[in-house]
Design a protein around this ligand. Sequence first.
Ligand SMILES: [Zn+2]
Length: 369
Amino acid sequence: MTDIVPELLEAIKKDFEKQRVDSKKIQALLKLLEDGQATYKDAHAYAVEVGEILSKVLNVHITAETLPDGKMYFNIADRVLNETLKNNYSLVSDYTEGVQARLNRQVGLKLRAQRPDFDQDRVKGFVNKLSSADDFTDVQWVLGDPMVNFTQSVVDEAIKKNAKFHSDAGMKAVIKRQVKGKACDWCRGLEGTYDYPKGTPNEVFHRHENCRCVTEYYPEKKKARQDVWSKQWRKTSIHDILKEEKRRDTLPLEDIQLPKSLSAKARDVYVKKYYGVKRNPLDLEETYKIRPGSTITNVEVIAGKGVRAPIRDIARLVRENPGSIKRNWQKVKGWAFLQDLEGNDIGEFEVHWYQCENVGKIEFKLKEW
Ligand SMILES: [Zn+2]
């Protein structure tokens, strides 16, 4: 029997990639991610779309006619599903990683976004089911909704893993689940906001066939507090969630275009690795500069004027900059291209600085880890 898998996989991959790249939905969702606007809701939408494309493509290329004896043999199902579902898994976990990294930054959590685990057992289940029937058409349904369901579950797993990671670190974690579309009683009953892990029933991370419910996670830079309510399921209204989101908003600002070094007003912008720590000022290795002519992007106020968080170092800033007004100071972050002092590029990094009317931008430093 000739091995049909290499050719089959090639055709599936090619078709899948074409549809994925052409999808307007995917383009829009990737743009959101790139702009730092994507939420877990968008991750779900992305996963559903990626899952639906895969399901469509599999159903075009795998039929009773194209399979030997009209049967899905174990080794065909095994190779095709492992490869294609692993690809969906990594596409979606790239997306959730971007979303979570942004959420963490937003609340000032210096923790790495966690990638979900690949659910190998579930793929094994699909493979066994597909190869269990002598007639492929009896099990063809596995290539329908279960492919979408599996892909969307990657988002649920990402949420669970990050919530657990934060909760293990002693942080407060809150999971939200919302129904989407026609929802059954089971899903309606699960809608709500839950403290994680106590108070979160495991079903919150499960989805039955054709369930498109949306799970979300809001990290908070707050130590978990033991209280009498934490043992109960706590359901909060959507208004409470929105209020919460507003309170910790950061304030986005325009990109900053630096002048080129040849222009008259050009002045190098130095970035230090440390501030506030007494170090040898001649220690050049601790100092970088922002590449002249480059652009600082994703600029956001994270403390001070315009946002909720106060500036911790405000007393010193006012003292060292006489004439500046306390309420006008802002702590700002952005992504900048850094060079060493010889002008060699070393990469794009998150930098923080302070700024104030009449003072300007001062104390550029690398984000602490
Ligand atoms: Zn549902």
